[in-house]
Design a protein around this ligand. Structure first.
Ligand code: ASP
Ligand code: MG
Length: 451
């Protein structure tokens, strides 16, 4: 039995959190691969350093302090001394990378190397914390494990098959010798061995990639909430934790607003049918959410309603846009080149409408402009909209559901700006003005789920 357990930044964020994490890992004798994020706040501060270029020794001292002050409270003095040497040696490597980076104006690959450092320090620290608890464990970097990344720095993806080959050779033999291998989340390496990160929050995805690559029996994502909820509890206080979901529902919800899981986490485990479990480090007795191919408790029309805020609708007007050869694909291509997530697309005879994050609007307009398309007659932007995402495996099979959803929206007096239904088998998405979004969520939740 191989278990992958991924722990996020808050699960390592303090002495108490590290001790909880260690006791969860150590509570049975089973072999496990532990995937860790940076301690909370560390990746943000590393990225801030790249921007502000503070004195290097200060950066290293604050990282040393952040990690070792917790470690010192947990480890025995001799173990702490050994850990301290390993920590310093990792920080020496970081010094070299920072020096190289400060000499050049821009280098996205060095930026990724720097922002991966929190995970490196976490893997080292957690391996020693586990040792101090009598769990025989080793730290392992993505380089040594052989997690292969491809794509743009800051937004990479794993090459699953290459990673599978490497992990079988590099990680499974270690697991024969040790109880736990503590691996760095958040990044893999390109074909030249250079770190490429998987995007912010990407350690969840790493957990899933590692589960795929080791043919694990299950993948647990340990975080600071009980699991997926029927709605954001800040909007709907009576929201409940969802015990079971299928892969499609979880992927849609993660993409469209629920912040529980990085949206790309589902795909690798789905390919091998590996069950994915979301659990709370701070409430390990709670059941959490189990995600797999088929639910045993299906039947509800609506599983959850999520909301994605701070969006805008960009509309491109061009007469008979749909008949202009290649125009739509060039427009959509310009947006995807900017690595902008498009949450909904809709076309009519003369318009292409896209829902994108408001912070990306200027860049998207610039890219569309730089295409120099003569046929584009007008561009409009409507800000302050939110996307409501209703998810349920039977949503599209049961007649009359859309009508009930939209009559709830009408009851609130919200105008629907755009609709996307049928694109996903399990989701009904639509856009409303942001000032009505929370009322819409509450109304749909009370109509379909209750409370
Ligand atoms: N530490 C990285 C971040 O803050 C990756 C992760 O936590 O999942 O984005
Ligand atoms: Mg996270």
């Amino acid at each position: 039995m191989i278990k992958v357990m991924k722990f996020g930044g808050t699960s390592l964020g303090s002495v108490d959190a590290m001790e909880r994490t260690a006791s969860i890992i150590g509570r049975d004798g089973a072999k496990k691969i532990v995937v860790v994020s940076a301690m909370s706040g560390v990746t943000n501060s590393l990225i801030g350093c790249i921007r502000d270029r503070p004195p290097i020794e200060g950066v290293l001292a604050s990282l040393r302090d952040r990690y070792s002050s917790s470690a010192k409270m947990i480890m025995s003095p001799p173990l702490f001394a050994e850990y301290g040497e390993a920590l310093d040696s990792s920080l020496d490597d970081l010094r070299i990378v920072l020096n190289a980076r400060w000499k050049v104006a821009a280098d996205p690959l060095l930026d990724d190397a720097i922002s991966s450092w929190g995970e490196r320090l976490s893997s080292l620290t957690m391996a020693y914390v586990l040792r101090s608890r009598g769990v025989d464990s080793v730290p392992l970097t993505s380089e040594k494990a052989g997690i292969v990344a491809q794509g743009t720095p800051g937004n990479g993806s794993a090459d699953l098959d290459a990673t599978h080959r490497n992990l079988r050779n590099n990680v499974l033999p270690l697991l024969e010798k040790h109880t736990a291998v503590v691996l760095t989340g958040y990044y893999g390496c390109d074909e030249h061995g250079r770190p490429v990160t998987f995007g912010r929050g990407g350690s969840d995805y790493s957990g899933s990639v590692v589960a795929y690559g080791t043919d694990a029996d299950c993948c647990e994502i340990w975080t600071d909430v009980n699991g997926f909820m029927t709605a954001d509890p800040r909007a709907v206080p009576s929201a409940k934790c969802i015990e079971e979901m299928d892969y499609n529902e979880a992927a849609e919800l993660a993409y469209f607003g629920a912040k529980v899981l990085h949206p790309r986490t589902v795909e690798p485990v789905r390919r091998k049918g590996i069950p994915l479990m979301v659990k709370n480090t701070f409430n390990p007795e709670a059941r959490g959410t189990l995600i797999r191919a088929h639910k045993t408790n299906g039947g509800d029309v609506l599983t959850s309603v999520a909301v994605k805020c701070d969006l805008s609708i960009v509309k491109v007007y061009s007469s008979e846009i749909v008949y202009q050869p290649g125009l739509i694909s060039r427009l959509v291509g310009a947006i995807s080149d900017a690595a902008v997530n498009t949450y909904a697309v809709s076309t009519s005879l003369s318009t292409l409408a896209m829902v994108i994050p408001t912070p990306a609007v200027d860049e998207v307009l610039r890219r569309i402009d730089s295409l120099g398309e003569q046929q584009v007659e007008k561009l409009t932007v409507k800000g302050n909209v939110s996307l409501i995402c209703c998810v349920g495996e039977n949503l599209l099979n049961v007649q009359g559901v859309s009508a009930r959803v939209f009559s709830s929206v009408a009851d609130i007096g919200a105008n629907i700006e755009m609709i996307s239904e049928g694109a996903s088998d399990v989701a009904l998405n639509f856009v409303v003005p942001s000032d009505k979004a929370m009322d819409v969520v509450r109304k749909i939740h009370s109509t379909f789920i209750g409370g």
